[in-house]
Write a protein of this length. Structure first.
Length: 368
């Protein structure tokens, strides 16, 4: 039996060498967004160009082939390089490749290789939803262990030992190290290893990381805008009616099963939306955010499935709105969590509760 210095037994997965990445959620989202965007862009380009065929003389080079090549490149990057730098690029390239692959699922499930098989949009959407749900289940069924956080810090140090660490990447590793309790075996040695990494401000361009940071800042600014709550309620209400109208018009009437599914999902989302609006009136912002988030999740996991089945890729707009709303709500929930943590720290230190406590020391290069 393997135990830590604190006497806690390591989980079976950790003992087997399967240590979770604390940024797996970001990488998964990058993969899914890249894949979904690829499907939509591919369908748009093919539609505008009249669905041309690459090849000739009996040959047709389907776009599933470059999709497989891109997935191979992504796997090669992950197998060929260590450290966290390569993962955002691999997630993006792999997502594009998977999008090109899954876009042709209609050919794989029909005897006549029908690319225009009507349920294709719903199948593609369900596949991506199952990827998200399955990965989130595996990553959140138990909290991240402090030893896993320590392993992620060491992952940063692996990069720094060979090529040095920029100030930004050193700060990221130091921030993660501060969440690891002092009694965890190996923490002091990891701190010393991180401090021993030479400084080097030259690093690969990280457009995916930069996009994530910009998106998070944008969501936080929008979520704290005074008019954000009424706009959220209005957007959810508009989506409720728009989903019903679009599904009824494009889905051959209300007797169509997918349209009935859209109606049931929309009613559930509307119920949570009304309850969230009432919570806002009672100034219970935390409960309102939870209820709005439930409304969006019901839309993503139920309404949109039937919406794609009824209207195919015309439902992409509703899906995009749901994703934006979910990002705003989660940014607001994270902001409230930080406020609560700072208030708890202030109370513990017997300081005024409205004091703006810095979460970390002023020098981000200090790994301790």
């Amino acid at each position: 039996m393997i135990t830590s210095a604190a006497g806690e037994r390591s989980s079976y997965l950790m003992r087997a060498g399967l240590v979770r990445n604390v940024r797996s959620g970001e990488h998964l989202t990058t993969f899914v967004v890249s894949g979904v965007a690829t499907v939509l862009v591919t369908r748009l380009i093919l539609s505008l160009s009249g669905y041309p065929q690459i090849g000739g003389k009996g040959l047709h080079i389907a776009h599933v082939l470059p999709g497989g090549l891109l997935m191979l490149i992504a796997i090669s990057l992950l197998l060929g390089y260590v450290g966290p730098v390569v993962r955002p690029a691999a997630a993006t390239i792999g997502g594009i490749g998977f999008g090109l692959f899954i876009d042709e699922v209609g050919k794989f499930v029909t005897s006549d290789n029908n690319y225009f098989y009507q349920p294709t949009a719903a199948i593609v959407y369900v596949v991506f939803v199952l990827i998200v749900l399955g990965t989130r289940f595996l990553s959140t069924r138990r909290p991240i262990d402090p030893r896993e956080e320590l392993a992620n810090v060491i992952d940063h140090a692996v990069e720094g030992v060979a090529g040095g660490l920029s100030r930004r990447r050193r700060a990221e590793a130091a921030e993660l190290l501060r969440t690891v309790p002092a009694q965890i075996e190996g923490r002091r040695e990891t701190s010393e290893l991180l401090a021993a990494c030479p400084p080097d401000e030259v690093e690969l361009a990280a457009p995916v990381d930069a996009a994530w940071r910009a998106l998070q800042r944008g969501f936080e600014r929008l979520a704290t805008h005074p008019k954000a709550p009424p706009i959220a309620v209005a957007a959810l209400a508009v989506q409720f009616f728009a989903a019903l109208v679009i599904a009824a018009v494009l889905g051959n009437g209300l007797n169509h099963l997918p349209v009935l599914g859209v109606a049931v999902g929309s009613l559930l989302s509307a119920t949570f939306t009304v309850r969230g609006a009432l919570a806002l009136r009672r100034r219970n912002r935390a409960r309102a955010v939870r209820l709005f988030e439930l409304a969006v999740l019901v839309s993503l996991l139920m309404t949109q499935v039937f919406q794609f089945a009824a209207t195919q890729f015309a439902a992409a707009g509703g899906m995009l709105l749901d994703l934006v709303m979910l990002g705003l709500l989660r940014a607001e929930r994270e902001r409230m969590r930080r406020e609560l943590d700072n208030a708890t720290k202030a109370k513990t230190l017997r300081l005024p509760p409205d004091l703006d406590l810095p979460p970390f020391p002023e020098d981000p290069s200090d790994p301790v």
